[in-house]
Design a protein around this ligand. Structure first.
Ligand SMILES: Cc1cc2nc3c(=O)[nH]c(=O)nc-3n(C[C@H](O)[C@H](O)[C@H](O)COP(=O)(O)OP(=O)(O)OC[C@H]3O[C@@H](n4cnc5c(N)ncnc54)[C@H](O)[C@@H]3O)c2cc1C
Length: 402
């Protein structure tokens, strides 16, 4: 029997009051998740796909355009409300959570924050009407070291010609457009990278097979290849040489999305563990009576709460237009580690049943792993945080400043 989720561990404290918008979105998303995601997530995981009808339904409800301003047909949500939604979706299915998150925090935000009006007007309404996007930065030889990408874009008259290969591109299989990072000047270091919007139908753009992954199996991940792909000059995002700034800037928001995904996985694993520990009987009593289990639950809940508050705070700082890269990295680092800890302890609480597919905690354990890897590994987050601490005079004292 697959246990359905008794959702018991959400935050609604007076000290960190969510906006009305965030609370409304949470209610609506929770309702959707309980009806449409929780009952089906195991099957999507087993089949390694999300049914198209679910994607279409979420598009119609605006989930694929949450961060698009209303003037371009989106919901124009705050980052905080968005983080709450990603948490709820990811509790149901982390693979679905990242599918939605990539389209919003990497694709839409890249266009919205780092493109001129022409690109925004051309593509944001299309996404609101049903186009889906993917983000192509990583390559076979370039992961953490993004400056070592070897994809090139050469200007020829009124267009650019792209050549290269991008690896592990989430959503690639059903995307209509791709945000692609390429070198426009190999000698110019940070100033030598540029970003482009490339349409799926472009000649010379081909896709690899879906990757066979450990977790988030229902999300689509593949290679995208570019052989002499012509891209109109107007699809350059910002100015030539702005690509590095765009890639780094976008990942700040993306990290809040992945942090929220991790909180969602942790929440689902904790809820499943609370429920199971009350049901499972050993030595003539529920295992919840044993202090060893109670202390595990206490540790799991404490880390979940801390992770959630860090993610919400980073999101709130972004909404206020305040520098938030350190907080976004801290939130992603802590939340991803917390999700792995919670899912691991969740399996332990379930004993042997936690190791078989009948119980969702096995999936949470597999799904949590990726949150420490993509959109900057845990090591990369520590590089961002420590670099910032050592250069920023704000950090000479570690007292809270707000
Ligand atoms: C399922 C999945 C989906 C993905 N989706 C996307 C996507 O949509 N778009 C996209 O562009 N990419 C995507 N990625 C790629 C992902 O962002 C990269 O895997 C990630 O950035 C790490 O790069 P890498 O795998 O090349 O590891 P590497 O950079 O080779 O790192 C290997 C190890 O070395 C460590 N390391 C590297 N450099 C340092 C250093 N200077 N100091 C200390 N340690 C270091 C890393 O932390 C890691 O532990 C996805 C990956 C996966 C698995």
């Amino acid at each position: 029997m697959v246990l359905t989720q008794a959702v018991e561990t959400r935050t609604d404290s007076a000290l960190f009051e969510l906006s009305e918008e965030a609370r409304d979105m949470r209610e609506a998303t929770r309702e959707f998740a309980e009806k449409r995601i929780f009952p089906n997530a195991e099957e999507w995981d087993a089949k390694s796909e999300i049914p198209e009808e679910i994607i279409r339904e979420l598009q119609e409800l605006g989930y694929f355009s949450m961060l698009t301003p209303e003037e371009y047909g989106g919901l124009g949500l705050s980052m905080l409300a968005y983080a709450v939604v990603i948490e709820e979706l990811s509790a149901g299915s982390a693979g679905l959570g990242i599918t939605v998150s990539v389209n919003n925090s990497l694709v839409i935000e890249a266009i919205n924050l780092f493109s001129g009006d022409e690109v925004k007007k051309k593509y944001l309404p299309k996404i609101s009407e049903g186009w889906i996007g993917a983000y192509c930065l990583s390559e076979p030889g370039a992961g953490t070291d993004i400056l070592s990408i070897s994809t090139t874009a050469v200007r020829e008259g009124d267009h650019y010609v792209l050549n290269g290969s991008k690896l592990w591109v989430t959503n690639a299989g059903f995307s209509d457009l791709f945000i692609v990072f390429a070198k426009t000047d190999k000698e110019a270091g940070r100033k030598g990278m540029s970003a482009f919007v490339v349409e799926r139908k472009s000649e010379g753009l081909t896709l690899g097979k879906p990757e066979n992954k450990l977790g988030i199996r229902c999300s689509d991940t593949r290679e995208v290849n570019f052989v002499d792909v012509k891209v109109p000059g107007e699809n350059l995002m910002g100015a030539e040489g702005d690509g590095f700034k765009t890639a780094v800037g976008i990942l700040n928001g993306g990290r809040i999305g992945v942090g929220a995904q991790a909180v969602g996985i942790g929440m689902a694993a904790l809820d499943a563990s609370i429920k199971y520990s009350k049901e499972r009987r050993q030595f003539n009593q529920p295992i919840a009576n044993f202090q060893a289990i109670q202390f595990k639950l206490a540790q799991m809940a404490t880390r979940l709460e801390a992770a959630r508050l860090m993610v919400y705070r980073a999101a709130a700082l972004k909404d206020q237009g305040v520098a938030h890269h350190r907080e976004a990295s801290m939130a992603k680092l802590f939340a991803s580690q917390a999700a792995n800890y919670i899912a691991n302890e969740g399996v332990q609480i379930h004993g042997g049943y936690g190791y078989i597919k009948e119980y969702a905690v096995e999936r949470y354990f597999r799904d949590a792993r990726i949150t420490e890897i993509y959109e900057g590994t845990s090591e990369a987050q520590q590089m961002v945080i420590s670099r910032d601490l050592l250069k920023d005079r704000r950090a000479e004292s570690s007292r809270a400043d707000n």
